[in-house]
Design a protein around this ligand. Sequence first.
Ligand code: PMV
Length: 321
Amino acid sequence: MHEPERGAHGSAHAKTILLGEHAVVYGRPAIAFPVRSLTLTAHARAVDGPLRLSTPYHHGSIAAVDDGTAPREEHLAEAALRHTLDALGVAHDGVDVTVTGRIPAARGLGSSAAVASAISVAVARLHGIDLTYEARFELVQFVERIAHGSPSGLDAHATMSPGPIRFESGVARPLVDTWLPPLVIADTGVAGHTAAAVASVRALRTTDKRGVDAAFDAIAALVEGAHTDLRTGDATALGARMNACHSILSDLGVSSPELDTLVDAAHTGGALGAKLTGGGQGGCVIALAPTPADVPALARALTEAGARGVWPVNGGEEEAA
Ligand code: PMV
């Protein structure tokens, strides 16, 4: 006789970095927003037999994942599942996990952190445990270390936080009572490689420490200014800071022709500011619309310029759905 089926779920959303990527790895502050239009949910079920994992990248048993043909994202999902079971002190069998929804991978949107976050919550709940924020963060960071080497922790916090955060030196604080700027994320369609981008900035810093540290300090000053802009609702000032940040990130070598094309298209499409978001060298740009009503036109301009996907943040989600 079969046991009655039990189930539990966990959800997580994508994130976008408004300002501060790369400098944040060296202790400078960063600001990130949740992207609720990109959410995924993990459903965990107790079953008889071996572990099973189904995600947008793979369906079936873990053994099939282990044969070496599964994409990288699948290995990260498997790592999240196995590490959560280890943390719970339970056997690696008898669980079927299905992930629904999709956050494009390797686009600086936090897909690996979100998958790990959703899976860890679902699997822990299946075992009757509601993870503390700290326990969930540690589980996600474990997977982030596999994905990115030495992640700052920004992605893990930002994909778990319901609202915008300011992150600095390992500590995330919610930004409360802030203006929520109407943003559009646009995907170049080119995979970014965060670990490689972080390594290239590190290499540059070994040859020009003073110059790169000055760039990080300039980014930190932009983050401080943006923090004020978010309190006062100054869209024009925030847009100018985003533009300045893109130019610094380009000088650090983490932009790309595709990212620059979308940044230019955002300006032509009426954005007050635009920059790459995340690790760069591929991935996405983020553009600031003058008002929420301008989000659809800005999204259209980015699509016409070749964006493979556009997602609104802080307004316009209903129109885009
Ligand atoms: O995962 P991504 O591509 O959003 O990059 C995270 C931001 C970096 O500052 C480049 C790296 C980090 O660990 O914070």
